[in-house]
Every structure is written in structure tokens, then in C-alpha cells.
Ligand binder design. Structure first.
Ligand SMILES: Cc1ncc(COP(=O)(O)O)c(C=O)c1O
Length: 380
């Protein structure tokens, strides 16, 4: 028996998600100590968790006990923070787990999941896992959402093989470019007969405020948030969704009972009690985003897209002064590799619409300085 034939056929054909190379692996490969590496490739928050969160983990005395499956204390703390009743809130091991739950709750094989690429790769990945019909409505050249194209698709059924449009994922701000969606466009999407999953992983860095308060009034709006970016807790894996009541009761039924874990839970509650710390770090990152964007733009061979997140997308001119790398590769890919040799990690996507771009996370000022020194050393 060929045991592989027993795997679901759609999973055998599926492409894996491409995560970033783990820090320790790169550190070994580059022969550099982890503290000598400037990690600007995964939109993490370089300031890390609040000291109160670290203390809460150090003093947690219930690590030998399963977490509260109802997430009572965590949901209350989040509800208080975002101003929405806890009955609308469900937490998971990162927003990623909540994305997975949503797809499992709504999609039967062949139902459509609408994606707005270029965007966060997890939406495509989860569509493949649940065997959805993946329908892409590409963003415009400036990365804005083509609302009319989405309307045309959903209302006139432009993809005739698809019968059921179920979910539409909108990252706001969008990863990888940091653009946002305005109220008017969001309202137009909410008028469509699909569920809008508004992914606000980066909203804390944006000029506009969160739309969580819209949820109780819109039965087809789900908003996702995370502690990974705002609270510097990516490694602890805590995220949540804010759901309409007719939806959330079904998600509770299919959710694994014990996520997030105890360490993540106590850290998240403590992080929310230290709002000055969260606010200050956001303020520093927004200031640094502006400084880094200006410095990058001054090089003359990077086009920096305006961003409202903790990263910026840069288009790399073909004539960029990047030595080394395979000459058949786009300049952006060679740039990523050349920076890596100097211990500076940025993100390159081998994907349509992004092959001439790199995405650079906003770090601490000293990290921006290392990045700039590495960029300026390239042509020499
Ligand atoms: C748009 C977006 N949503 C969600 C996530 C994942 O968040 P979490 O770490 O909470 O799983 C990311 C991570 O990079 C992201 O870019």
C-alpha cells in the first residue's frame, strides 16, 4: 500500500506555507551570534513584552493546570481594552489560529474564499487547507482594494464554477505594503452578502482607529487582533477575533479547548494593564517608521510606499547598486541576500506583484542605523 495515497487529495497537491527561516538556523548559517543579527523580516515588535507581562509569566503558579477553556479573565481584559462586550470575543494561539477556525467554520469544499493579493499569505494557505475555491481580486498598483471588482464578482458571479461566496479577507493595514481601507470602502464591502474578515493585526500603528466597535451592529463583520505586534508577544502566540453573536457560538464548538496557553494568557492580561508601555512603544515605532522611510528614500534607488503599519514596502530599482547573487534574479532578491550576508534580515516574496520589492520591518533606531550602514556599503 502506498500510504501517501491515503492523504486527502487536495492536501497532496497543496503548496506549503513559506514561513521565515528560523532565527537560530540563520544565525548558524551566517556564522553570527543572534545578538549581531538585525531582524527586520517578520514585523515583530523589537521592544518585546511589557515588564509586567514577563513578571506575570515568572510568577504564574498554574502552569501545571490546563487553561480556562472559556478564557474568562483574558476575554474580560480584552473587552475592557477594546470597549466591546466579552461575549463577542474569542482568543486563539495567535490570530493565525482564529483565521484557521473561521475558514473551517464557513467553508465546505468548493465554497469561495475571496482574497485581495498581494496580502498576508495565511489567507491563501487556509483556503487550500479547507479545499476552498480560492478567488483572488488583485489590489490596484497602489495596493488599494478594487471594491468595484469585488462587487462585480460577488453580485454577478463572474466565476461561474463558484456557487457560494462565503468569506472575504481584508488586512487593514495590509501586509506587505501598509495601506489601509477607508470607512466608505469598508461599508461598500459590508453591503455584500459575504462575511468580511477585517484583519487588524497592525491597526495600532495606523492613523485610523480600529473598527471593533462596528461588529455588534454588523452580522457579517469579524475583526481580528493580535498581541504579536502591539504587545511584542509574537513568540507567546495570543490573538483574538471579535465576532457577531450568531457566528461566535459556532466557533466555540469547533475550537480546541486549551489555547492560548497559560503563559500567553497571563502575559496578555498583564500587558493590557500596562497601557502606557504599549502606547509608548507604538509611538516610538511610528516615529522610527517615518525616519527609516526618509532615509531609505534618500538612497535614490528605493521607492518607499507609504505605510501605516510597523513595516515599509520598498520597490527596488533594477539599477540598484547590489553586487553578488545570481544575475538572473531580480534586484530585490539579490538585495535581500546581500543584506543577509551583513546580518540584516528583510523579507523578499517570490510572488506576483512583489518580485521587485522587499519589506522591511520597523525596528529600534540602532537597528535602522545598522540597516542603513549595510545598504550604503552595498555598492562599495
Ligand atoms: C495581516 C496579519 N494578520 C495576522 C498575522 C498573524 O498574527 P499572529 O501572530 O497573532 O498569529 C500576521 C503576522 O504577520 C499578519 O501579517
Amino acid at each position: 500500500m502506498d500510504v501517501e495515497t491515503l492523504i486527502n487529495p487536495h492536501l497532496r497537491a497543496m503548496q506549503p506555507y513559506t514561513p521565515i527561516v528560523p532565527f537560530e538556523v540563520l544565525s548558524r548559517r551566517l556564522g553570527r551570534r543572534p545578538e549581531d543579527i538585525v531582524k527586520l523580516d517578520a514585523n515583530e515588535n523589537p521592544y518585546g513584552p511589557s515588564p509586567r507581562a514577563l513578571e506575570a509569566i515568572a510568577h504564574a503558579n498554574t502552569l501545571h493546570i490546563y487553561p480556562d477553556p472559556d478564557q474568562t479573565a483574558l476575554r474580560e481584559a480584552i473587552g475592557d481594552y477594546i470597549g466591546v462586550s466579552p461575549e463577542h470575543i474569542l482568543c486563539g494561539a495567535g490570530a493565525d489560529e482564529v483565521i484557521d477556525l473561521i475558514a473551517r467554520a464557513f467553508i465546505q469544499p468548493g465554497d469561495a474564499l475571496i482574497d485581495l493579493p498581494p496580502t498576508f499569505g495565511m489567507y491563501r494557505w487556509v483556503a487550500d487547507v479547507v479545499n476552498a475555491a480560492y478567488v483572488a481580486v488583485p489590489r490596484r498598483a497602489d495596493f488599494s482594494v478594487d471594491v468595484q471588482a469585488v462587487q462585480a464578482l460577488v453580485t454577478s458571479n463572474l466565476a461561474p464554477t463558484v456557487t457560494n461566496y462565503k468569506l472575504l479577507f481584508v488586512a487593514d493595514p495590509n501586509n506587505p505594503d501598509g495601506s489601509t481601507i477607508c470607512d466608505e470602502q469598508l461599508r461598500a464591502l459590508l453591503a455584500l452578502p459575504v462575511v468580511i474578515v477585517l484583519d487588524e493585526a497592525y491597526v495600532d500603528f495606523s492613523a485610523h482607529s480600529s473598527r471593533v466597535s462596528w461588529v455588534p451592529a454588523h452580522d457579517n463583520l469579524i475583526v481580528l487582533r493580535t498581541f504579536s505586534k502591539l504587545a511584542g508577544m509574537a513568540g507567546l502566540r495570543v490573538g483574538y477575533g471579535v465576532f457577531p453573536l450568531p457566528i461566535i457560538k459556532h466557533l466555540w464548538k469547533i475550537k480546541q479547548p486549551y489555547t492560548p496557553n497559560v503563559a500567553g494568557t497571563v502575559a496578555a492580561i498583564a500587558a493590557l494593564s500596562d497601557r502606557d508601555y504599549l502606547r509608548e512603544n507604538v509611538r516610538w515605532l511610528v516615529i522610527e517608521r517615518r525616519r527609516m522611510s526618509e532615509l531609505l528614500g534618500r538612497l535614490g534607488w528605493l521607492h518607499v510606499f507609504p505605510s501605516e503599519a510597523n513595516f515599509v514596502l520598498c520597490r527596488v530599482a533594477e539599477g540598484a547598486p547590489v553586487n553578488g547573487g545570481d544575475p538572473r534574479w531580480p534586484a530585490a532578491r539579490r538585495l535581500k541576500q546581500a543584506l543577509e550576508q551583513q546580518g540584516v534580515l528583510v523579507r523578499y516574496f517570490d510572488r506576483d506583484g512583489l518580485r521587485d520589492c522587499v519589506r522591511i520591518s520597523v525596528g529600534r533606531p540602532d537597528q535602522t542605523d545598522r540597516l542603513m550602514a549595510a545598504l550604503e556599503a552595498l555598492g562599495r
